[in-house]
Design a protein around this ligand. Structure first.
Ligand SMILES: O=c1ccn([C@@H]2O[C@H](COP(=O)(O)O)[C@@H](O)[C@H]2O)c(=O)[nH]1
Length: 237
């Protein structure tokens, strides 16, 4: 049976490919991520299909712009009825506050449950060298911590970070804060472009509330078997 802590990333570029995967995975997956690749190809229908199938949806569009544009975009996305949505924490306090206000206001108007907002901190494909190259002044750990603190103060429900930073965020932002970690690699999978990664069970032990896992499941020879191996690994954690 599925575990809501595991979010499978549907990084495919058509509704047909998405439906095939969802059918293959059946009841081993209850929570899916719709990211840029799928949303830019298939649009809102991807979210609608998954909701019709009774799945939870993480709409990961990583919104990033000036506060007014972000507020209006988050308002529009709220109407799709996803459970989780992302924006970039580096957009700053005012941008995050605009998003937090928009999602609350729009959900109340529609009388729907409010999608939870997550601030993306430092991408899991970035290591310390790449971080310095783009002007990172403090370590990745310090920068993620700072963004997580700012996100909470701005009314955001959680963060997206690597599992390496989960422990400190959990200690700082408390038990109810959502900590969603991509950069998850079961021992049977390869790293691909991920730089800050760990196993599913370690990420949960470190305080992650949800794990985003894409290629180790979706590109496996047998995706359902891969998902089930991961479920077995985290049982009891
Ligand atoms: O920092 C981040 C933020 C988002 N992602 C997304 O998670 C999945 C990971 O996929 P894998 O195939 O398991 O590497 C992918 O959709 C990314 O867009 C991330 O990896 N890191």
């Amino acid at each position: 049976m599925a575990d809501d802590r595991i979010i499978t990333a549907l990084d495919v570029h058509s509704l047909e490919d998405m439906k095939k995967l969802v059918e293959t995975l059946g009841d081993s997956v209850s929570f899916y991520k719709v990211g840029m690749e799928l949303f830019y190809s298939a649009g809102p229908d991807a979210v609608r299909y998954l909701k019709d199938q009774g799945k939870h949806v993480f709409l990961d569009l990583k919104v990033h712009d000036i506060p007014n544009t972000v507020g209006q975009s988050i308002r529009a996305l709220t109407r799709l009825g996803a459970d989780l949505m992302t924006l970039h924490g580096t957009g700053g306090r005012a941008m995050m506050e605009a998003a937090a206000e928009a999602v609350r206001d729009e959900a109340a108007k529609l009388n729907i449950e409010r999608p939870r907002l997550l601030a993306v901190t430092v991408l899991t494909s970035i290591d310390e060298d790449a971080w310095k190259e783009i002007g990172g002044k403090y370590s990745i750990a310090e920068s993620v911590k700072n963004l997580a603190k700012l996100a909470k103060e701005a009314g955001i429900d959680g963060t997206v970070s690597s599992p390496y930073e989960a422990k400190e965020i959990r200690e700082m932002n408390g038990p109810d804060f959502l900590i969603v970690t991509p950069g998850i690699r079961p021992t049977f999978a390869v790293a691909n472009d991920q730089k800050r990664f760990t196993t599913p069970s370690q990420a949960l032990r470190d305080g992650a509330s949800h794990l985003v896992i894409g290629r180790p499941i979706t590109k496996a020879a047998d995706p359902k078997e891969a998902a089930e191996k991961i479920l077995a690994e985290i049982q009891g954690v």
